[in-house]
Ligand binder design. Sequence first.
Ligand code: BG6
Length: 492
Amino acid sequence: MINENQNRSSANTSQDFVLFGALGNLSLKKLLPAMYQLELSGLLDKSLVMHCVVRDGVSASELSSKITKFIKPRLPKGTFNEGVWSNFIDRIKCINVDLEDPSQYKKLTKALHNNNSVVTYYFALPPRLFEVVCDNLYSAGIIYKSSKIVIEKPIGRDYESSQKINDKLADYFEEERIYRIDHYLGKETVQNLIALRFANSILSNLWNSKNIEYVEITATETIGIEDRWGYYDGVGQMRDMLQSHLLQLLCLVAMEPPNHLNSLNVRYEKEQVLKALEPITDNIIRAQYVDGEVSGKSVPGYLNEEGGSAQSDTETYICMRAEISNWRWSGTPFYLRTGKRLANKVTEIVIHFKPDQHFIFDKDQKGLSGNSLIIRLQPTEGISIDILTKDQGIEKGMRLRKDPLNLDFVESQKVSRIPDAYEKLILEMLNSEQRLFVSRNEVELAWKWCDQAIQISNHTSQQLHHYSAGSNGPDIAKEMIQKYGHRWHEDR
Ligand code: BG6
């Protein structure tokens, strides 16, 4: 049973933040640096204690020295402060627990603030440990009604397994206390999509299939799978990136205006988009990178990556044409693509507006018509609109040219840095705000749609294509979009 004694709200109570997997990649690269930035900004409650759960044999001093050695040199320029760092390190308590041994959870019970805290369990753990750790926390009697749990994607590898994980979480935590992270939702520019869409009438009035020809959502990376073969090979780009990050972006681009900007309304609208996604029947391309060059350096193909095996048909690139069957979007395709080891790191959304029906300029310039709105999420955050103007010069007559009208968020808002997504997400979670987290329904609807797409793409007639590392991906992705008279943004 859930421990009913501590049904407290977060106001006026202390905070216990229990970090499982505290010395793992995610914690060192993202979570702990984000906590430090919150400390630096004075946003962490004075009472908050960070219980870093590590395996046996790591002492408290080893833990803090590992954290310091790893994080300090990697902090963004100008953000290290000796005094703040030492306060931050003081918050950290080292707890050695063998996660699969229920008897060891007593150490955690002892360490938590007594009867007077909101406890957050952050699972920076492989999904296979979710169940056992939940069971063991429960047996130790330290899941309270007010406890929160934070878990990372991937939540399962298909609809069925995600349901199993969600069922397990629901046994112990109420949905309002489950924080499922999709870190894209914490990115400033992703949140900005909402401002852009719903605070600008020149855009909101045009945001539908009557005015929009097609939408591109792209997330390309230059990195390969790093040292993650063990995780990645059973997963692939569809499950690793498309099922979560790209579908979340699609939802934010396509959803109806929520009545209010709260989690209930925003999640409801995103769910409606996922429900309206047409099953994929065709137009899905899977590909894998082979040896090539990225930024002038030779890099191995996927099968030659460290830890790799000579045979695997896991895709490292996926591209598809999705359709949303609803009043707003029927007839406007959404092209989604994401891949590893490509020429550039780019995350962007491009909205291609329809040209005017009647073109009064020289016919040979018709191809120029139609504006595009480019929303850049990475690596430089901003937006630009391709605008047609007259080419300057009396000899040019009424020749047209297309130029970008550019807004760079860092420059225009004079900010020294854009906070990392995890800073925002952890802060929201500590404040019990769920709008930037993914609901159970969203996860399961996304899996249902992806399961069907995966089934189609695994069909024997759908071969696995190849592309050189450092390229723009397989040529067939160009052919797919050109078939419909459309072009990728970089080819225009
Ligand atoms: C993660 C994926 O969720 O997102 C990684 O598991 C991927 O494979 C990463 O590299 C990309 O995140 P970002 O913020 O760099 O675009």
